[in-house]
Design a protein around this ligand. Structure first.
Ligand code: 4NP
Length: 158
């Protein structure tokens, strides 16, 4: 059977979606599911293409034992053919992603990542870029919660 492919998407692909990618990969490794689920991330803006994750984000992730190694790339229409789930961090990411493909089965692959949260009552992973250190902790808290819920959902599909 074929792999389930997940693409995490935010604006710059240097804070939220690299964190989601790293957290999800860690959960999959722990669950022994790394051969069944592939993860990647991308940004709707091309502003940071080729860059490593934000230094502040990497530092906060590392405090939780998580090394973020992704390089920023831009979301492209072809990703909707390649991936099964396009997991966006907020409504603005949702709208920007949706604009890349026609309404229908491809656009239906877009999901708000926070819809999978188990305990956080939030409707987005807030952009931490222009805020303080607490924003990066908030990203990690929400992403860890949503990633656990997403993993539970995926297990029902395999
Ligand atoms: P991200 O955060 O979308 O979580 O990667 C941002 C990174 C950069 C910018 C905005 C958000 N920016 O405006 O450069």
């Amino acid at each position: 059977k074929s792999m389930i492919k997940l693409l995490f998407v935010c604006l710059g692909n240097i804070c939220r979606s690299p964190t989601a990618e790293g957290v999800m990969q860690h959960l999959l490794d722990q669950a022994g599911l790394a051969q069944q689920v592939l993860v990647d991330s991308a940004g709707t803006s091309g502003h940071h293409v080729g860059e490593a994750a934000d230094e502040r984000m990497r530092s906060h992730a590392l405090e939780r034992g998580l090394e973020l190694t992704s390089r920023s790339r831009k979301l492209v229409a072809k990703d909707f053919q390649e991936f099964d789930y396009i997991l966006v961090m907020d409504q603005s990411n949702f709208d920007d992603a949706a604009a890349l493909v026609a309404e229908g089965p491809l656009r239906s692959k877009i999901h708000l990542f926070t819809d999978y949260c188990l305990s956080s009552r939030v409707s987005s992973v807030p952009d931490p870029y222009y805020g303080g250190e607490a924003g990066f902790e908030r990203v990690l808290d929400i992403v860890e919660d949503a990633a656990k819920g997403l993993l539970a959902h995926l297990k029902t599909k395999m």
